[in-house]
Design a protein around this ligand. Structure first.
Ligand code: PLP
Length: 391
């Protein structure tokens, strides 16, 4: 249903008003910076997408939306843009958490190499962040330091939700700039909205809400000053040079508008049912962050004696796609930095799998999935048991 809605909303840019079939092909590739009819049609599509995404995020001002090529680029723009804007005035302090996406952690480490004072906040065994630890870190900032805090709204591996609204208020009170990695929360956390929130910077990604890959948004609220990362033309009100991906942006707008049709409570019920069934039927199974507030669609499972990679491959053969560690790192055998930060040992942190369900997932599919999971876990445990005497 959402796919249909997206196609319907894309039609205006895929066919020009009054254009012949031949011309409409040109319009799909129209450059929104050009003033001819094809360019104007593409610009209209981009502006409409900006309005739709702003509405879905609860933003009063669509111009706060800056289109990028990914949430990774948005995060880089927020953190590096803040650093380069402020470094001339004195020290810059960057506070983040140990379970952030690599886009944040690697950017933070890069800025540390340039001289930023980096502080990484721990999480507890449930993956939760304490506001006290943030408060203490903010208190440690010296007078005259420029401070930016970058936190995720929800974790991509465990689905654990951070107290981002309270954190943003704390930052506002202490004069620190707050950047929210909202990639996972948008469309998967009931009631998620930036309306009325003191969040000057926030990053989002189209492909996490059913849109295309390779399109991101950085929300830059009025009054927040950043240095641009990409110089060149005057696109995006001189904040990011380069021709924008008009068809991708239009599809992002359509996907954002379609979010209002999602029944998150139904997805939440399905996920809880799946977790109950799996932990009941498979001995030695655990859900990471089970005691924390989590996203409606994400479960992180660990099965005693079962390596995540074997599980991913076994389930793949059964026709199910799950991720081991961070999806962006799949294929890597590195233990998950998120699970290590939650206190799991290296082997356990290599062994967990993430199961994400979507708005189209059905009860029947989850029954088939949990049956396949039971079979695959059983097979892996049996083969490990057979291999052990010889090893
Ligand atoms: N932040 C979080 C929490 C994510 O889950 C991801 C991607 O999975 C990103 C940032 C990066 O998004 P993108 O793939 O658009 O660069």
């Amino acid at each position: 249903m959402e796919q249909g809605a997206i196609r319907a909303l894309l039609l205006p840019i895929l066919s020009a008003e009054g254009a012949s079939d031949k011309q409409s092909g040109a319009t799909a590739g129209g450059n929104p910076s050009s003033i001819h009819a094809f360019g104007r049609a593409a610009k209209r599509a981009v502006d409409e997408a900006r309005d739709r995404i702003a509405a879905a995020l609860g933003l009063e001002d669509p111009d706060a939306i800056l289109f990028t090529g990914s949430a990774t680029e948005s995060i880089n723009t927020a953190l590096k843009g803040f650093y380069f804007k402020n470094v001339g005035r004195g020290p810059v302090r960057l506070i983040t958490s140990a379970v952030e996406h690599e886009a944040t952690l690697e950017t933070a480490r890069f800025l540390e190499s340039l001289g930023a004072r980096l502080e990484i906040l721990p999480v507890n065994s449930q993956g939760e962040l304490s506001l006290d630890s943030l408060d203490q870190a903010l208190t440690r900032a010296a007078p005259g330091e420029s401070v930016i805090v970058s936190l995720m709204a929800a974790n991509n591996e465990t689905g654990v939700v951070f107290p981002w609204e309270e954190a943003s208020l704390l930052c506002a009170r202490r004069g620190a700039t707050f950047h929210l990695d909202g990639v996972q929360a948008f469309g998967k956390l009931a009631g998620f909205s930036l309306s009325g929130q003191s969040v000057p910077l926030a990053s989002f990604s189209a492909h996490k809400i059913g849109g295309p890959k390779g399109v991101g948004v950085l929300v830059v609220r009025r009054g927040t000053k950043l240095v641009s990362l990409i110089h060149g033309g005057a696109q995006e009100r001189k904040r990011r040079a380069g021709t924008v991906n008009a068809p991708g942006i239009a599809a992002f707008g359509a996907a954002a508008e379609a979010l209002s049709m999602r029944d998150l409570a139904a997805v939440d019920r399905l996920r809880m049912g799946l977790e109950a069934r799996v932990t009941e039927r498979i001995a030695g199974s655990h859900v990471q962050g089970a005691g924390a507030k989590r996203l409606v669609n994400t479960s992180n499972f660990l099965f005693d004696g079962v390596r995540g990679e074997s599980l991913v491959m076994g389930l793949d053969l059964e026709g199910f796609a799950v991720s081991s560690g961070s999806a962006c790192n799949s294929g890597s055998i590195q233990p998950s930095h998120v699970l290590l930060a939650m206190g799991l040992d290296k082997l356990a942190a290599q062994s967990a799998v993430r199961v994400s369900i979507g708005p189209a997932t059905t009860e029947e599919e989850l029954t088939l999935f949990s049956q396949a999971l039971e079979r695959v876990v059983g097979r892996i445990r049996a083969s490990v048991g057979r291999a052990r005497p010889n090893s």
